[in-house]
Every structure is written in structure tokens, then in C-alpha cells.
Design a protein around this ligand. Structure first.
Ligand code: NAP
Length: 462
């Protein structure tokens, strides 16, 4: 076994162990470090490979890449991570696509059908992932409209374009020298990426990110076959499979099918506000609000609280203040638990990552299925910047875009306090009837500011 083969084998083991460790918040940090170390080993091994002709282009690439990625890594806030990930996918996919184009350019007159097919599929997937990921990043960052962009016959156009690309790939396999067709395929794939994502609403972008992650992985694996690079095949396959599993898990958590995400134009549907829907609460009142002092008064009389964090906690970076408040409550003998909805926030594991950063013990975190039966026995549900994941309309308003999504049964707690800035809806754009329940109170204000004041109120021995 050569040194390079040993490096590749070692890094492949590290990648697999890394992905395995990412499956639990407790070991996720270790998983990231293992995978990053694996990548370092693979890069160093490659740099010492015999096949490298010149180091000058590699060094130039390293410098440009570092100059671009360092500021991105250092200064992008946690709340902007989803669009940053989409942007990285775009970069990786473009790189794989360009390698495919270069390989085609070099060998186009001597390619056999199998190699031509591999190159064509790589270029197609790479190009559509590139433009698709850019649209995802744009939608999430708000520079492109977040709502689904639809028109009559859209699915027909998209499906026709897809089959046209498949036909071109098949034709090229037997006529690889058809330059013009190859570049038509490339242009169609760039266009297809745009068309594919345009009709998908911003709320579904995290699912699309995971899907493009898997396309990017597949492109990498195909590139590995083409270049005869085993580590590329392994990492691509791992990336492709894990991205695909993740997108399926997220669809399940939102109770939606993949076809509904890709072709359903989520966010276009308007909520049915008719009064007589089965299950709609009849005891609804005007939303009531609480002051900081009144909330502290509430805390005096509770024995148990379930904290429900959501996107607003991430947006205001309130996780440290939240832990401080939870510590104060615990010190007063209150049982404190955190309810984690699988799609709370804007990316999978968003809440887990933030709460781990604030050193909240993993044992205090409970998944939806575990915690839901406990709400009815709990004195207080404290909702911090969560909205859609607590909206009872998901249970019965059939026309609602979140209909069928399992929610946290916050409304079943004895009392509910919701910390947010206004009555504005969540990501799905629909009102939350939880706010009009007669045992729910709104605590208006920025989450970090409000929780800091609450924790400070405790310090003063309220
Ligand atoms: P959400 O429904 O988007 O609601 C977040 C709430 O936070 C808003 O109502 C907002 O109200 C409040 N907020 C924003 N900034 C705040 C601040 N500085 N301080 C206090 N509150 C603040 O969030 P969610 O309940 O976490 O639900 C996540 C949504 O994303 C779901 O619709 C889910 O389907 C979707 N989604 C997530 C994922 C994922 O991977 N996590 C994947 C796909 C879809 P105010 O403006 O009034 O403050």
C-alpha cells in the first residue's frame, strides 16, 4: 500500500466516524473535528502524490480560497448559516462541473460511451446544483423573493427540460464529439437549477439545501469515478447519502412529501379563516400581554416549566440569557425542560447547536415525541421566539400550509407565556391562534433583552 492509499483509507475511516458522531449533539463537535482532520489528511496525502505536475496553481487556489473563506467563516452570524451553506454548495458544485467541462475538453475525441455518460451527468448535476444553490442562498438572504414564483404550466416546462437533458446525455454517450450539444446540455442544466428552485417557498429552503447537498455529493462521487480517485468517491457517496437522508427526515418532520416540497409551491396557499372549522377553539380572546414584573410574579408560583425555543431565539442570540434564566429557575426548585421541535429554527439541529453553545445540559433537552405528553402536567410553557412549531392550526386547518405538521402541544400546558416582539406570523406567514387562547400571555420584546431582564429580576431577588 502506498502512502497516498494509506492517507485515503485513514481519512475515509475518519469521515465515516465523523458522520456517525454527528448523529448526537453530545458527540457532534467531535464528529466535525474528526471529519475536518480526515480532510486535512486527504489533502496532505494528495499534495505528496506523484501525479502533481506543478504546485503553482494549487498554491494560488489555496490563497484565493483562504482569502475568500476566512472572512466568511469568521464574520457570518449563526442566523445566516443556512445561506452560507447554500453558497458553499454552489461553489463545490461549480468546481465539480468545471472539472467535468475540462475533462470533456481534453478527451472529447477519445471518450467511450461510459466515460462520456459519467462526464455528462457530472456536468449536468454540478451546473443545476450551482444555480439552484445560488437561488436558495438568495431567497434565504432576502435578496430574492421568498415566496414561490409560479406560472401556468411550470411543472410541464420543468419536466420537459429535464427529459431534454436526459435525451442529450444519451445522445452524447454515442456521439461524444458533438461539442455544441455538450454546451447546450450545460446551459440547460444551469437554467434547470433556476427553474427548479424558483417555485419553492423560502420556508422549504432548508429541505432544498439538504437535497442540493446530496446532489453535490453525487457530483463529487461521479467526479471520483472519472478521475479514478477513491477518496472522492467515498466522500461524495457519504455526502450524497447523508444529504438525501436528511432531506427525507426534514420532510417527515414537516409531514410533507418530497414531491410536495419540490412541486407544491408551499407558502402560496392561504389560510382558511372560516369560523366553523372543526377543532378551532371557541374560547379565543384578544391576545393579552404581560410585563416583566408580572412574568416574574408568575414564576413565583410554578413548579415546572417547559421552554420552547424557536427561530426568534436564534435571531436575537438569546440562548445564553435563556440558560441564565433557566439556572435561576432551577435554583428556586423549578423543574426545567427544553422542548425541541425537529424543524424549529432555520436548519436541522439549529436549537441543539445554540443550546449546546450556551452549555445547556443535553439531559434537559427533549424531542417532540418525548415531551408532548408532559405539557398537560406542566405549570408553564415558556415559548421563546417559536411560532409555527406551536401553532394549533397545524392540527386541523386543512387549507393551512403547515397542516399536518406535528407541533409541540404548548397549548395543553396550564399557562403559556410567549416571548416575541409582535403578533407577526412565523416563517409560514400564518397567524398563530395560540396567542388568543385564554391561558396564553404575550411577553413582547426582543428575546435576548427580555430574558436578560427576567434573569436580572431574579438576581435582584424579586
Ligand atoms: P417561526 O415560525 O419562523 O417563528 C419565529 C418567531 O420568532 C417569529 O414569529 C418572530 O416574531 C419571532 N422573532 C424573530 N426575531 C425575534 C427576536 N429578536 N426576539 C423575539 N422573537 C423574535 O419559527 P419556528 O417556530 O422556529 O418555526 C420554524 C419554521 O421554519 C417552520 O415553519 C418550519 O417549517 C420552517 N422550516 C424549518 C426548517 C429547519 O430545518 N429548522 C426546515 C424547513 C422549514 P416577531 O417578529 O413578532 O418577533
Amino acid at each position: 500500500m502506498t502512502l497516498l492509499q494509506f492517507c485515503y483509507l485513514f481519512s475515509a475511516v475518519l469521515f465515516i466516524l465523523g458522520v456517525r458522531a454527528l448523529s448526537s449533539p453530545e458527540t457532534a463537535r467531535r464528529g466535525m473535528n474528526l471529519a475536518a482532520f480526515g480532510m486535512l489528511v486527504a489533502i496532505i496525502g494528495t499534495l505528496f502524490g506523484k501525479h502533481i505536475v506543478s504546485y503553482s496553481w494549487i498554491i494560488a487556489g489555496l490563497i484565493v480560497g483562504t482569502l475568500l473563506s476566512l472572512p466568511i467563516s469568521l464574520w457570518i452570524p449563526m442566523t445566516k448559516i443556512p445561506q452560507r451553506i447554500a453558497f458553499s454548495h454552489a461553489g463545490g458544485a461549480l468546481a465539480a462541473c468545471l472539472i467535468g467541462v475540462a475533462e470533456y475538453y481534453r478527451y472529447r475525441y477519445s471518450l467511450d460511451s461510459a466515460h462520456m455518460g459519467v462526464i455528462a451527468v457530472e456536468v449536468m448535476l454540478g451546473a443545476l446544483t450551482f444555480t439552484g444553490s445560488l437561488v436558495v442562498a438568495g431567497k434565504l438572504h432576502g435578496v430574492l423573493p421568498g415566496h414561490p414564483i409560479t406560472y401556468k404550466g411550470q411543472n410541464t416546462v420543468n419536466i420537459s427540460l429535464f427529459f431534454a437533458m436526459v435525451a442529450i446525455v444519451l445522445y452524447l454517450m454515442f456521439n461524444p464529439e458533438m461539442n455544441a450539444l455538450f454546451y447546450i446540455l450545460l446551459s440547460c442544466a444551469f437554467l434547470f437549477g433556476l427553474f427548479l428552485v424558483a417555485p419553492i417557498g423560502a420556508a422549504d429552503m432548508p429541505v432544498v439545501i439538504a437535497l442540493f447537498n446530496s446532489y453535490g455529493g453525487l457530483t463529487g462521487a461521479i467526479m471520483g469515478f472519472m478521475l479514478g480517485n477513491r477518496i472522492q468517491i467515498i466522500t461524495g457517496a457519504l455526502d450524497g447519502a447523508s444529504g438525501f437522508i436528511l432531506s427525507i427526515l426534514m420532510c417527515k418532520a414537516m409531514n410533507r412529501s418530497m414531491t410536495n416540497v419540490l412541486f407544491g409551491a408551499f407558502g402560496k396557499i392561504q389560510e382558511d379563516k372560516s369560523e366553523n372549522q372543526p377543532g378551532r377553539k371557541q374560547d379565543a380572546h384578544e391576545p393579552k400581554s404581560l410585563s416583566i414584573e408580572e412574568t416574574l410574579e408568575f414564576f413565583e408560583h410554578i413548579k415546572s416549566v417547559i421552554i420552547v425555543p424557536g427561530y426568534g431565539m436564534a435571531a436575537s442570540q438569546a440562548h445564553h440569557a435563556l440558560r441564565e434564566l433557566a439556572d435561576k429557575l432551577k435554583a428556586k426548585g423549578v423543574s426545567v425542560k427544553y422542548a425541541i421541535h425537529p424543524v424549529a429554527g432555520r436548519m436541522p439541529g439549529h436549537m441543539n447547536v445554540l443550546l449546546a453553545e450556551a452549555n445547556v445540559p443535553y439531559t434537559d433537552l427533549f424531542d417532540m415525541d418525548e415531551i408532548n405528553p408532559e405539557f398537560q402536567h406542566t405549570d408553564l410553557a415558556l415559548v421563546v421566539g417559536a411560532n409555527d412549531v406551536t401553532n394549533p392550526a397545524a392540527r386541523y386547518v386543512k387549507s393551512s400550509p403547515i397542516y399536518g405538521m406535528p407541533i409541540l402541544d404548548v397549548d395543553k400546558a396550564k399557562k403559556v407565556i410567549i416571548c416575541k416582539r409582535s403578533l407577526a406570523p412565523g416563517f409560514s406567514g400564518i397567524e398563530n391562534e395560540l396567542y388568543t387562547n385564554n391561558h396564553a400571555w404575550l411577553l413582547f420584546g426582543d428575546a435576548k433583552d427580555t430574558l436578560t431582564k427576567l434573569a436580572y429580576g431574579f438576581k435582584r431577588g424579586w
